[in-house]
Design a protein around this ligand. Sequence first.
Ligand SMILES: NC(=O)c1ccc[n+]([C@@H]2O[C@H](COP(=O)([O-])OP(=O)(O)OC[C@H]3O[C@@H](n4cnc5c(N)ncnc54)[C@H](O)[C@@H]3O)[C@@H](O)[C@H]2O)c1
Length: 429
Amino acid sequence: MGPIRLLLPGYVAHHGSVQRALLLENVHPTSVPILESAGYEVDYRKGALDEDELIAALDGVQLLGIRSKTEVTARVLSQATDLVGVGAFSIGTNQINLTAAAHRGVAVFNAPFSNTRSVVELAIAEIISLTRRMTERDRALHSGVWDKSAEGSHEVRGRTLGIVGYGNIGSQLSVLAENLGMSVIFFDTAEKLSLGNARRAETLDELLETADIVTLHVDGRSGNAGLFGAKQFARMKQDAIFLNLCRGFVVDVDSLAEHIQSGHLSGAAVDVFPEEPKKRGDAFESVLRGLPNVILTPHVGGSTEEAQESIGQFVAKKLSDYVSTGSTMLSVNLPNLQLEHTGVGRIKLLHRNVPGVLATVNQIFADHGANIEGQMLATRGDIGYVVTDISDVTERGASKKLQALDTTIRLRIRDAFERPEFPPGPAAR
Ligand SMILES: NC(=O)c1ccc[n+]([C@@H]2O[C@H](COP(=O)([O-])OP(=O)(O)OC[C@H]3O[C@@H](n4cnc5c(N)ncnc54)[C@H](O)[C@@H]3O)[C@@H](O)[C@H]2O)c1
C-alpha cells in the first residue's frame, strides 16, 4: 500500500464540515483575519453568553474566544464536544474551568502581558487624582461651583504606595511610582525581586499600617476571594486611599463603602466588582455609587485601544498556531511544547500521563511502517502531549489504533483519508 497523503496546515473542510470560531464580548477585530486565514469561519458577537446560551452556541464550534464575563464551566465543556481551543482575550483565566478543559483535550490560551502597561497607567492616574481630590473639584465645577481650595489635596511625591501582588502589573507600577517620587512597599506571597528602592513587607498588615495608598494587583486564584475585608480596611492608616484594579471577588465592597462613609479612608478607585453587568449599556448597581472621592470605572483597566489590539493579535495567533501546528506554548492548562515542522504530516496526541504511553504510541507507528521525522513529548500533571511528524507510512490504520487507546484524550491528525479531528477519546467521555 502507498504512503498516506497528509494535508498541510490550512486544510479546512473535510467531508463538507466547516471549521468554526465563536468570538464573544467584543474581542478586538484584529483577531478575525488571523482566524480566517487559519481557515475558520468566524461568528463575531458583542455580548457575553450565560451557560445555556453558550452550550447552544458552541454546537459545531472548534474555537471559542471570550473576555472575562463568559464562564466556561465543566458543564459547558462536557457538552461542547467539537471544541478544541479557548482563547481568553484577557490576563485572567479563572472564568474557565482549566482542569475540566485539559481533561477534555481543550487548550486554553490567554494574553498574560498585553495590557499590563494600560492597567499601570490607569492606576497612576487614579492615585494622583484621588490624592489631589480632583474628582470633587471636577464635580463641583461641572455643577457650576468655583471650589478653589487646597484642603485635603496633596502631592504624591514622598507618599508611600503599598502594592499587594508584585507580579507583571504590581512590579511595573512600582517602577513608575518611584519615578514620581513615591516610596514603594509591596507584599507578595511568592518570592519576588524588589525593583529600584521598593521594600518588601513581611506581612500584609505591615504594608497596611505603612502605606498612604494601598493598591491590589493579586491574581484571580480562588483563595484570594474575600482577601480584603473589614479587618484589612480597619488596619489601613487614617485618610489612606484604596485601589482595586485586579478582581472583584477579592474585596468586600460593603466594608469599603463603610470606611469611606465613616471618613476613615479619604478615597478609593474601583475598576472590578463582585458582580459586573454583562454588556455595555447595562445598568450598574453598587453600594459604592455616589460616594465622595470614589472613582468607579467599568472594568476598563486593561481596555485601551493599544492593549486590545495587542491582545486580539496575541490570542488569535496562539489559537491559530495551536490548530495548525499543535503548538501549546503559553497554554495555561496543557503541557507546553512547540515542534518545528519536519515531516509531511503531524500527529498530535493528548493523553493521560501514565507510564508507557510513548512506548505504545511508537510501537503503533513502527507496526505501520511510519517513518518518524520528529517527535516531542511534554507533560503537565496528569496530562501528556506528544507531537509526532511522519513522512510516510506503509500501512493505514495507525490513527484508529491511537484513537482506541484508553489513555487517549484527543487525537488530532491531518490526513487525507481519515477525519482530521476525532471526537474525544474514551478517557474524556
Ligand atoms: N482591571 C483590568 O482590566 C485588569 C487588566 C489586566 C489584569 N487585571 C488583573 O490584575 C491582576 C494582576 O495581573 P498580573 O498580570 O500582574 O498578574 P501576575 O500573576 O503577574 O501577578 C499576581 C501576583 O500576585 C501575587 N499574589 C497572589 N495572591 C496573593 C496574595 N493573596 N497576597 C499577595 N500576593 C499575592 C502572585 O504571587 C503574583 O506575584 C490579575 O488579577 C488580573 O486579572 C485586571
